[in-house]
Design a protein around this ligand. Structure first.
Ligand code: NCD
Length: 309
């Protein structure tokens, strides 16, 4: 199987066929993720969970996924408690994790850190977010969510809203959605537009993503609205952040003219960009999306470690 022993550094490293294979296999994981069926196919396997940046969902869902498959987890969520504090290089930390485990999940503030880690580790590396770079496992669970909600990805009108400059989830997702033939609209504050590099990647597949500042109009036509928070921690200048803080908000007023079956997603955490009142509407899928994270990470761990159900 092509997914066995693979690094997951960028979604771009995977062909459409390979992504489809992962998405199909993930469905098999649903009863296990729910705890309705039990398996220990990863018994004896150890995952290193190296989080150099804050995380709630990604770290816990990888841990939960590994436990549900019968494997074990070592690692840290707070790099200040590690030898990095003494000046150890990332390469050396990775070499250690490589010696102690069978697979390594890494989140790091520097773009390219996961790719670097993959050069030093024999074990597979999974990128759980590298700075403003990429977030391939979030992308896979986002695709899985759209697929379960909409039955297919092709032809859907999908709006990506928010911090498209620094948001790594939307960088991965825009590429993958284009690969699958979705129609993309980007909505963001002027200073937080989708990078040219990502737009060009989207165009590789014949797609023509459009950008607009008119959120109301974009939402009216949308099948999926994917919202992101402004990535405050990536701003070098807090005065620049202050200018865009609170620049957009999804609330009931905005949704008045939306399609009945509009699906609203968000990788979370949210700050103020989706009003709490939206949670109660049939549009809200961000908590279902969180749950899909377990399903997808179980699928990935099992495929990469070559122990499938
Ligand atoms: C995202 C991330 O870390 O990039 N969160 C996540 O993994 N679910 C989004 C964010 O932090 O805004």
């Amino acid at each position: 199987m092509k997914t066995e022993n693979r690094d997951v550094v960028s979604i771009k490293d995977f062909s459409k066929k390979e992504i489809e294979h992962i998405l199909t296999y993930a469905k098999k994981m649903v009863p296990y993720a729910k705890g309705e069926k039990y398996t220990d196919i990863l018994k004896g396997k150890i995952l290193s969970s190296l989080f150099f940046e804050p995380s709630t969902r990604t770290r816990l869902s990888f841990e939960s996924a590994m436990h549900r498959l019968g494997g074990r987890v070592i690692g840290f969520a707070e790099p200040s408690a590690t030898s990095q504090k003494k000046g150890e290089s990332l390469a050396d930390t990775i070499r250690m994790a490589d010696a102690y485990s069978d697979i390594i999940v890494i989140r790091h503030p520097q773009e390219g850190a996961a790719r670097l880690a993959a050069m030093f580790a024999e074990s597979p590396i999974i990128n759980a977010g590298d700075g403003a770079g990429r977030h391939p496992t979030q992308c896979l669970l986002d695709l899985f969510t759209i697929l379960t909600e909409k039955k297919n990805i092709k032809g859907n009108k999908i709006v990506l809203l928010g911090d498209l400059k620094y948001g790594r989830t939307v960088h991965s997702l825009a590429y993958a959605l284009s690969l699958f033939g979705a129609e993309l609209t980007f909505v963001s504050p002027e200073t937080l537009k989708m990078p040219k590099e990502v737009i060009n990647e989207c165009k590789e597949f014949g797609g023509e993503p459009t950008s607009t500042a008119n959120l109301e109009k974009a939402v009216k036509d949308a099948d999926v609205l994917y919202v992101t928070r402004i990535q405050k921690e990536r701003f070098a200048d807090m005065a620049e952040y202050a200018k865009v803080k609170g620049a957009y908000r999804v609330d009931l007023d905005l949704l008045e003219n939306a399609k009945k079956d509009l699906v609203i997603m968000h990788p979370l955490p949210r700050v103020d960009e989706i009003a709490d009142e939206v949670d109660e509407t049939p549009h809200a899928r961000y908590f279902q999306q969180v749950w899909n994270g377990i399903v997808m990470r179980m699928a990935l761990l099992s495929l990469i470690l070559g122990a499938t159900e």
